[in-house]
Every structure is written in structure tokens, then in C-alpha cells.
Design a binder for this molecule. Structure first.
Ligand code: SF4
Length: 291
């Protein structure tokens, strides 16, 4: 059977950068701790653990002193850096430059809008590491919304500065932004200062992947989507593939492949999330080819 790999599959730039920084830090044999899993992919985490990277929880981090801790691509709130300074921890900062510049922008906006009581609204997944970092940058006027159901948290009579977690769906972000815009318009006559500024913060590495995956899914009889189950970006992109092709299967490891999925198929496509390593996608493609 003919098997194609979606050309854009593999780590995004930010995750690749973080993995390279981790490998470099591990080269001299010293213990390096990683605050949370470096990537939402168990197989890649196991590979790096084999090289000496030790994943720790936030509770464990609080108890560490005099060591090296890697901050992954998602970034961290200011409180993490403060704790590291307090405990003489050397931070190896692998925050994705795109996330870092968004944190910086949020800090600036929060500072500049202090007098007018501007609200920094973050559209993202509750508990996601990147969102925790962004909320930390926003400070006390930060408001998290996970979807339309949380819009009641916003005061539509005051200015709103809207940001999105980098890996959210562009379409859903636009829908949420439009609802906020309409609600604010309704109140504008009585509250002329209630401006809305929508910041375009969806990462292009993700938004560009969506249309390409749609086309790729339509062109193949069967689609195998490889991703860690905890990856929110993986869930989102898998849904995109499913919308275009009903013979779409989500796997997190090659052992989950089933030969019967390919019955009567003449071709198959293999793709994955921004947190899925290319080597794993290639391995899956080779197995499918052998069926
Ligand atoms: S998805 Fe984009 S913003 Fe997020 S880590 Fe990857 S490159 Fe950076």
C-alpha cells in the first residue's frame, strides 16, 4: 500500500528548540530536571529520560535547591522564576520565543492599561502550562475564558485586550472574539471607553497546519494521526482530520495500529501533532507500509 507522510508533520519550531536545548544541557552528564513533561508525547519523554532528563512536578520543584531546571517551550509564570532565584536554581530557559514574546506583550498591555482597568482576557485551556504562564504575565487583571460559556467573567463596560493560547483553533478564536465584539458594541453608547483589541496570537505553525491537514485527509483513504493523548493541539488537529475523513484513527504508539483499518484501502496518510517527533511518524509509516 502507498503511504504518505504529511510534509508539515513533526515537532513545531518551539518544541524542536526545547528538545535541542535539553539534549545540549544533558551532554556534560549533569542532572537536569524538567518542570513538567518537555513535550506531550510519552515516547519522546522516555527517550529524553534515557539521556538523563528528570521530569519533576511543581511540588518537587518547590523542594529543590542548587540544581538545573529546564523550563519547557510552554513557558512559566514569573512566580516560577522567583522561586528558582530563591532556591539558587539555574533555569535553562527553553520557552518558545513566540510564547516569550506573547508573555512580554501581555505584561506591557497590562502595565499600559492599568489606569483604565483594562482586562487581559486569555482564551485557552484551563490548567494548560502555557495558559498558566500567560495568566501569570497578565497579573491580577487576567481573566481566563475556555469558551463561550465563560464570557460572563468579562465586564463588557471596560476595555478588553484579548489573547489566545498559541495552539487554539483559529476559527473558534474568531467566533469568541466576534461574540465579545458584539456584546461590547451593545454597551458602547453608555460606556464609550469599552474598546476591544484582539491580538492575533495563534501560532502559524499550528494554524498553517490545519488547512494542509484537511487537504491531506481528503486525499487519502485512511488517515493515521499520531499524538500523545494529553496534547490539546493533537486533539484539535485530529478533529480537523476527522471532519474530512471518517477513516481516521488516533494512535499514540505504533503498537496501537490495526491491520483491519486498511482493508480495501489503496493508500494511507500518516500525520501528527506539533508535539509528535518525526522519527515516530516515520516508524508508524513503515509499519503501515508493511501491512
Ligand atoms: S506551537 Fe508555536 S508557539 Fe507553541 S511551542 Fe510550537 S512554535 Fe512555539
Amino acid at each position: 500500500m502507498k503511504v504518505d507522510i504529511e510534509p508539515g508533520s513533526g515537532f513545531c519550531f518551539g518544541v524542536e528548540n526545547a528538545v535541542n536545548i535539553a539534549e545540549e544541557a544533558l551532554r556534560d552528564g549533569e542532572t537536569v530536571y524538567c518542570l513538567g513533561e518537555i513535550v506531550h508525547n510519552d515516547i519522546e519523554v522516555a527517550r529524553l529520560t534515557g539521556l538523563g532528563l528528570q521530569t519533576i512536578t511543581y511540588d518537587e520543584f518547590e523542594r529543590l535547591h542548587d540544581c538545573k531546571v529546564l523550563v519547557r517551550a510552554h513557558g512559566e509564570p514569573p512566580s516560577t522564576y522567583a522561586k528558582a532565584r530563591e532556591n539558587n536554581i539555574t533555569v535553562i530557559d527553553a520557552t518558545c520565543p513566540i510564547v516569550r514574546s506573547m508573555q512580554e506583550k501581555i505584561r506591557q498591555v497590562a502595565e499600559l492599561s492599568r489606569e483604565e482597568r483594562g482586562q487581559i482576557v486569555i482564551y485557552g485551556k484551563e490548567g494548560h502550562a502555557e495558559v498558566i504562564g500567560l495568566m501569570g504575565a497578565a497579573g491580577p487583571r487576567g481573566i481566563l475564558i475556555t469558551g463561550k460559556e465563560d464570557l460572563g467573567r468579562i465586564d463588557f463596560t471596560k476595555p478588553v485586550f484579548l489573547f489566545s493560547q498559541t495552539t487554539k483553533s483559529k476559527v473558534q478564536y474568531e467566533v469568541v472574539a466576534e461574540i465579545i465584539r458584539l456584546k461590547m458594541e451593545q454597551m458602547a453608547a453608555d460606556h464609550p471607553g469599552n474598546t476591544l483589541k484582539v491580538h492575533n496570537t495563534i501560532c502559524r505553525q499550528v494554524s498553517g497546519r490545519e488547512p494542509r491537514l484537511r487537504e491531506f485527509s481528503r486525499k487519502h483513504d485512511v488517515i493515521i494521526f499520531v499524538s500523545g493523548r494529553q496534547s490539546s493541539n493533537g486533539r484539535m488537529l485530529f478533529e480537523v482530520c476527522q471532519q474530512e475523513n471518517s477513516r481516521c484513527h488516533f494512535i499514540s504508539a505504533p503498537e496501537e495500529l490495526r491491520e483491519e483499518w486498511f482493508r480495501d484501502a489503496s493508500n494511507a496518510g500518516v500525520c501528527g501533532a506539533t508535539s509528535t517527533p518525526k522519527w515516530l511518524i516515520q516508524k508508524v509509516a513503515e509499519i503501515v507500509e508493511s501491512f
